[in-house]
Design a protein around this ligand. Structure first.
Ligand SMILES: [Zn+2]
Length: 192
Protein backbone atom coordinates (compact mmCIF):
# COMPACT_ATOMS: atom_id res chain seq x y z
CA UNK A 1 0.00 0.00 0.00
CA UNK A 2 1.15 3.49 -0.74
CA UNK A 3 -0.26 6.66 0.72
CA UNK A 4 -0.95 7.95 -2.79
CA UNK A 5 -4.63 8.41 -3.59
CA UNK A 6 -5.90 6.19 -6.37
CA UNK A 7 -7.14 9.19 -8.32
CA UNK A 8 -3.48 10.14 -8.83
CA UNK A 9 -3.01 6.97 -10.89
CA UNK A 10 -5.94 7.93 -13.10
CA UNK A 11 -4.74 11.54 -13.40
CA UNK A 12 -1.32 10.37 -14.58
CA UNK A 13 -3.10 8.33 -17.27
CA UNK A 14 -5.06 11.46 -18.20
CA UNK A 15 -1.88 13.45 -18.77
CA UNK A 16 -0.59 10.71 -21.08
CA UNK A 17 -3.96 10.68 -22.87
CA UNK A 18 -3.86 14.43 -23.46
CA UNK A 19 -0.19 14.41 -24.46
CA UNK A 20 -0.95 11.74 -27.08
CA UNK A 21 -3.81 13.84 -28.46
CA UNK A 22 -6.45 11.29 -27.52
CA UNK A 23 -9.06 14.01 -27.11
CA UNK A 24 -8.61 15.45 -30.59
CA UNK A 25 -11.31 14.83 -33.21
CA UNK A 26 -13.91 14.10 -30.53
CA UNK A 27 -17.40 15.18 -31.60
CA UNK A 28 -20.51 15.88 -29.56
CA UNK A 29 -22.91 14.00 -31.88
CA UNK A 30 -22.07 10.33 -31.31
CA UNK A 31 -20.61 8.47 -34.29
CA UNK A 32 -22.77 5.39 -33.72
CA UNK A 33 -25.92 7.36 -32.82
CA UNK A 34 -26.06 5.08 -29.82
CA UNK A 35 -27.15 5.65 -26.21
CA UNK A 36 -26.10 2.83 -23.89
CA UNK A 37 -27.70 2.22 -20.48
CA UNK A 38 -25.82 -0.32 -18.40
CA UNK A 39 -24.51 -1.25 -14.96
CA UNK A 40 -21.75 0.59 -13.12
CA UNK A 41 -20.02 -2.74 -12.38
CA UNK A 42 -16.36 -2.31 -13.40
CA UNK A 43 -16.55 -5.55 -15.41
CA UNK A 44 -19.31 -3.99 -17.50
CA UNK A 45 -17.58 -1.05 -19.15
CA UNK A 46 -19.03 -0.64 -22.66
CA UNK A 47 -15.85 1.09 -23.86
CA UNK A 48 -14.33 -2.37 -23.58
CA UNK A 49 -17.01 -4.99 -24.23
CA UNK A 50 -18.63 -2.98 -27.06
CA UNK A 51 -15.36 -1.54 -28.29
CA UNK A 52 -16.67 2.01 -27.99
CA UNK A 53 -14.16 4.69 -28.89
CA UNK A 54 -14.33 8.30 -27.76
CA UNK A 55 -17.41 10.01 -29.31
CA UNK A 56 -18.99 6.71 -30.38
CA UNK A 57 -21.89 6.69 -27.90
CA UNK A 58 -23.60 8.32 -24.97
CA UNK A 59 -23.45 6.14 -21.86
CA UNK A 60 -25.46 6.21 -18.65
CA UNK A 61 -24.49 3.75 -15.93
CA UNK A 62 -26.19 3.08 -12.61
CA UNK A 63 -26.75 0.14 -10.27
CA UNK A 64 -28.01 -2.62 -12.54
CA UNK A 65 -28.37 -0.42 -15.63
CA UNK A 66 -32.00 0.21 -14.70
CA UNK A 67 -34.39 2.52 -16.55
CA UNK A 68 -35.20 4.86 -13.67
CA UNK A 69 -37.18 8.12 -13.94
CA UNK A 70 -33.81 9.92 -14.00
CA UNK A 71 -32.61 7.80 -16.93
CA UNK A 72 -35.86 8.40 -18.82
CA UNK A 73 -35.25 12.11 -18.26
CA UNK A 74 -31.73 11.81 -19.67
CA UNK A 75 -32.91 10.00 -22.82
CA UNK A 76 -35.71 12.56 -23.25
CA UNK A 77 -33.21 15.38 -22.90
CA UNK A 78 -30.94 14.01 -25.64
CA UNK A 79 -34.05 13.33 -27.72
CA UNK A 80 -35.11 16.96 -27.50
CA UNK A 81 -31.64 18.20 -28.44
CA UNK A 82 -31.41 15.76 -31.36
CA UNK A 83 -34.82 16.77 -32.72
CA UNK A 84 -33.36 20.21 -33.36
CA UNK A 85 -30.64 18.68 -35.54
CA UNK A 86 -32.71 15.95 -37.24
CA UNK A 87 -36.23 17.12 -38.09
CA UNK A 88 -37.20 13.77 -39.66
CA UNK A 89 -36.39 10.08 -39.40
CA UNK A 90 -34.75 8.07 -36.64
CA UNK A 91 -33.06 10.09 -33.92
CA UNK A 92 -30.78 7.54 -32.24
CA UNK A 93 -30.84 4.07 -30.72
CA UNK A 94 -30.93 3.20 -27.05
CA UNK A 95 -29.45 -0.14 -25.92
CA UNK A 96 -30.35 -1.28 -22.40
CA UNK A 97 -27.79 -3.87 -21.29
CA UNK A 98 -28.15 -5.89 -18.09
CA UNK A 99 -25.60 -8.52 -17.12
CA UNK A 100 -25.08 -11.84 -15.39
CA UNK A 101 -23.73 -11.98 -11.81
CA UNK A 102 -25.11 -8.45 -11.21
CA UNK A 103 -24.63 -7.03 -7.73
CA UNK A 104 -28.17 -5.63 -7.94
CA UNK A 105 -29.26 -9.14 -6.94
CA UNK A 106 -28.54 -8.05 -3.36
CA UNK A 107 -31.76 -6.01 -3.44
CA UNK A 108 -33.68 -9.30 -3.39
CA UNK A 109 -32.31 -9.94 0.09
CA UNK A 110 -34.79 -8.65 2.67
CA UNK A 111 -32.24 -7.58 5.27
CA UNK A 112 -29.96 -5.87 2.78
CA UNK A 113 -32.86 -4.10 1.07
CA UNK A 114 -34.36 -2.87 4.35
CA UNK A 115 -31.05 -1.42 5.53
CA UNK A 116 -30.45 0.25 2.15
CA UNK A 117 -33.99 1.69 2.05
CA UNK A 118 -33.43 3.22 5.49
CA UNK A 119 -30.02 4.54 4.46
CA UNK A 120 -31.28 6.43 1.40
CA UNK A 121 -34.76 7.22 2.70
CA UNK A 122 -36.48 5.23 -0.05
CA UNK A 123 -39.62 3.14 -0.16
CA UNK A 124 -38.55 -0.46 0.32
CA UNK A 125 -41.18 -1.85 -2.05
CA UNK A 126 -39.84 0.16 -5.02
CA UNK A 127 -36.34 -1.16 -4.34
CA UNK A 128 -37.52 -4.76 -4.61
CA UNK A 129 -38.32 -4.13 -8.27
CA UNK A 130 -34.74 -2.99 -8.85
CA UNK A 131 -33.22 -6.36 -7.94
CA UNK A 132 -31.67 -8.19 -10.87
CA UNK A 133 -31.91 -11.96 -10.56
CA UNK A 134 -32.88 -12.74 -14.15
CA UNK A 135 -31.22 -10.14 -16.41
CA UNK A 136 -33.22 -11.21 -19.49
CA UNK A 137 -36.47 -10.56 -17.58
CA UNK A 138 -35.40 -7.22 -16.08
CA UNK A 139 -34.01 -5.91 -19.36
CA UNK A 140 -37.30 -6.83 -21.03
CA UNK A 141 -39.31 -4.84 -18.50
CA UNK A 142 -36.91 -1.89 -18.72
CA UNK A 143 -37.15 -1.78 -22.53
CA UNK A 144 -40.93 -1.77 -22.19
CA UNK A 145 -40.74 1.00 -19.56
CA UNK A 146 -38.65 3.17 -21.88
CA UNK A 147 -40.74 2.49 -24.99
CA UNK A 148 -43.96 3.33 -23.18
CA UNK A 149 -42.67 6.49 -21.50
CA UNK A 150 -44.57 9.52 -22.87
CA UNK A 151 -41.36 11.58 -22.73
CA UNK A 152 -39.59 9.28 -25.20
CA UNK A 153 -40.05 10.05 -28.90
CA UNK A 154 -41.17 7.11 -31.07
CA UNK A 155 -38.28 8.13 -33.33
CA UNK A 156 -35.90 6.69 -30.70
CA UNK A 157 -35.27 2.96 -31.16
CA UNK A 158 -34.89 0.86 -28.01
CA UNK A 159 -33.33 -2.60 -27.73
CA UNK A 160 -32.51 -4.88 -24.78
CA UNK A 161 -29.48 -7.14 -24.24
CA UNK A 162 -27.72 -9.27 -21.66
CA UNK A 163 -23.95 -9.23 -21.24
CA UNK A 164 -22.47 -12.49 -19.95
CA UNK A 165 -19.47 -11.64 -17.77
CA UNK A 166 -18.15 -15.22 -18.13
CA UNK A 167 -18.27 -15.58 -21.93
CA UNK A 168 -17.79 -11.87 -22.65
CA UNK A 169 -20.64 -12.03 -25.16
CA UNK A 170 -23.73 -9.85 -25.48
CA UNK A 171 -27.00 -11.57 -26.38
CA UNK A 172 -29.90 -9.57 -27.76
CA UNK A 173 -33.16 -10.18 -25.90
CA UNK A 174 -35.35 -7.47 -27.45
CA UNK A 175 -34.35 -6.27 -30.94
CA UNK A 176 -34.64 -2.58 -31.77
CA UNK A 177 -38.05 -1.44 -32.94
CA UNK A 178 -37.98 -1.81 -36.77
CA UNK A 179 -39.92 1.45 -37.18
CA UNK A 180 -36.88 3.32 -35.96
CA UNK A 181 -34.19 1.40 -37.84
CA UNK A 182 -31.20 3.53 -38.72
CA UNK A 183 -30.78 4.37 -42.38
CA UNK A 184 -28.70 1.75 -44.15
CA UNK A 185 -25.17 2.94 -44.91
CA UNK A 186 -24.60 3.73 -48.57
CA UNK A 187 -21.90 2.17 -50.66
CA UNK A 188 -20.86 3.50 -54.04
CA UNK A 189 -23.70 5.97 -53.95
CA UNK A 190 -26.37 3.26 -53.83
CA UNK A 191 -28.61 2.61 -50.89
CA UNK A 192 -28.30 -1.02 -49.99
ZN1 LIG B 1 -24.44 -5.02 -12.23
Amino acid sequence: MTDQHNIETALARNRAFAAAGGHQDAVVFPNLRLFVITCLDPRVDPAHFLGLELSDAMVVRNVGGRVTPEVIGDVAYIGQITENVLPDGPLFEVAVIHHTQCGAAALADDTFRRRYAERIGADESTLRDKAILDPAATVTSDVERLRSAPAISPRIGVSGHVYDVVSGLVETVIPADPRTASPQPTQGGQTR
